[in-house]
Design a protein around this ligand. Structure first.
Ligand SMILES: *[C@@H]1O[C@H](CO)[C@@H](O)[C@H](O)[C@H]1NC(C)=O
Ligand SMILES: *[C@@H]1O[C@H](CO)[C@@H](O)[C@H](O)[C@H]1NC(C)=O
Ligand SMILES: *[C@@H]1O[C@H](CO)[C@@H](O)[C@H](O)[C@H]1NC(C)=O
Ligand SMILES: [Cu+2]
Length: 404
């Protein structure tokens, strides 16, 4: 595809992807934020294509990641088929190391579980998850014959349509499966606020499901690993499999779609607010939610609006195949933020420019600052190991893609 066609495509995408009616019932602040986001996405695309020109990632090679609803039904089915294929391929983990890993899909869950404390609220959070999502996409392509790209979940869209009304979660054969069976009176999900944390808890409403997923392609899927740190409704303590983090624990996929969480924490204004941050430190903190503020950020907003098991488990969350659509959107928002000031925000070495934070979850226990030379390694799941520096641009290092 030619560069000119591509930029055109970007321009087109921005105007046609306003699938929502510009009706007067739309919240004007949301409508404004939404239009501003479209402009930012278009600018990010144009700037990225300019950088890519003359590099190894030439315009004819560049892959285009799209919003789920922008895929044709046939493309959605291709993606679903590839995920199911990965779930049917044998694990590469030695069973002594991870007895619960039964498939290639599970391999990614294992390595994510193993790195929870060194990959969230850390300096590598964004780069590591970018690589994780790309390697998953690569596994779908190389091991399962998928010819498309990793689609993303635009939370701003589902905040307006409702989750179960969206093509991602409507439970149809071309969705990522819908809600879980409704469990009444579940009670709030209470996050944090543990004794000694010194922080007030966050109360999230439960959703309209809670039980096993009842429809769509993943209705019979088995979640094999976890739970590890599963937040459950009713203010009960987090659930954790006593047999250990890598033990085999087959159970159904649960969902608890929660529009209120999506709308409150991951609407168009929330995304706009994240991208408006000046430093990488505030960008990544506001994205994940600053503990004690009551805000779980767009990252938490996506995870907790999906709900269920493993949706509400920070460790095991890739065990729900919708994880990768969520993290593609996280990656897209990071990319949009980077491209506002690419000279600083991609490789900048000064404080606040491209990387901030340390090697441990909220710096507990205290650790060294993350650097661009830190290694990102996913064990038996996929590789090779890369330096964080290689993961900073979507058109350099191992990557060659853009979002429309
Ligand atoms: C978890 O990570 C450690 C440290 O990198 C590694 O030694 C261990 O083998 C990993 N375990 C699994 C199950 O991946
Ligand atoms: C789920 O399993 C049931 C019972 O085996 C089967 O009838 C149904 O077709 C399966 N659904 C999907 C989407 O695989
Ligand atoms: C949209 O998100 C912002 C920031 O996260 C929040 O303050 C606001 O209340 C949300 N809007 C709605 C309608 O919930
Ligand atoms: Cu993660």
């Amino acid at each position: 595809m030619k560069l000119s066609t591509l930029s055109l495509l970007g321009l087109q995408a921005a105007s046609t992807c306003l699938a929502l009616p510009a009706s007067s019932s739309r919240d004007p602040a949301i409508a404004k934020a939404s239009a501003e986001l479209d402009v930012l996405a278009r600018l990010a695309l144009q700037k990225t294509l300019k950088t890519a020109k003359g590099s190894r990632c030439t315009p004819d090679k560049i892959k285009i990641r799209r919003e789920w609803g922008a895929l044709t039904k046939a493309e959605r089915l291709d993606y679903i088929k590839a995920v199911q294929c990965l779930q049917a391929k044998p694990s590469r983990y030695p069973s002594a190391l991870a007895p619960g890993a039964k498939s290639r899909f599970d391999d990614f869950v294992v390595t994510h579980i193993n790195q929870t404390q060194t990959a969230h609220y850390t300096g590598n959070f964004l780069g590591l998850h970018r690589y994780f999502t790309a390697l998953y996409e690569q596994a779908l392509r190389q091991e399962c014959g998928y010819r498309g790209t990793q689609p993303y979940w635009d939370w701003a869209k589902t905040a307006e349509t409702g989750l179960s009304g969206s093509p991602i979660f409507d439970g149809s054969a071309t969705s990522m499966s819908g809600n879980g069976v409704f469990i009444p009176n579940q009670g709030d999900v209470v996050l944090g606020g543990g004794e000694g944390s010194g922080l007030p808890p966050v109360y999230l409403p439960a959703g309209t499901g809670g039980g096993c997923v009842t429809s769509g392609p993943f209705v019979n899927m088995t979640v094999n690993l976890g739970p590890i740190q599963l937040d459950v409704p009713g203010g009960r303590p987090q659930e954790s499999n006593p047999a250990g983090p890598f033990a085999y624990n087959p159970r159904c996929l649960r969902r608890d779609l929660t529009d209120a969480v999506n709308q409150r924490f991951a609407n168009a204004s929330s995304i706009k607010h994240v991208i408006a941050q000046e430093t990488i430190d505030s960008f990544q903190m506001i994205m994940q939610g600053i503990p004690g503020t009551g805000d779980i950020g767009v990252h938490g907003g996506g995870h907790y609006s999906l709900g269920g098991d493993p949706g509400r488990d920070v460790s095991t969350s890739p065990g729900d195949p919708a994880f990768y659509l969520h993290h593609a959107m996280i990656d897209r928002v990071w990319w949009m933020w980077q491209m506002v000031d690419a000279a600083k925000r991609v490789y900048g070495e000064k404080a606040g420019e491209a990387v901030a934070g340390t090697r441990t979850f909220l710096n507990i226990p205290e650790s060294e600052p993350t650097t661009l030379d830190d290694e990102v390694d996913f064990g038996y799941a996929a590789g090779p190991s890369r330096k964080l520096r290689e993961l900073m641009s979507v058109v350099e290092g191992p990557f060659c893609y853009v979002y429309v």
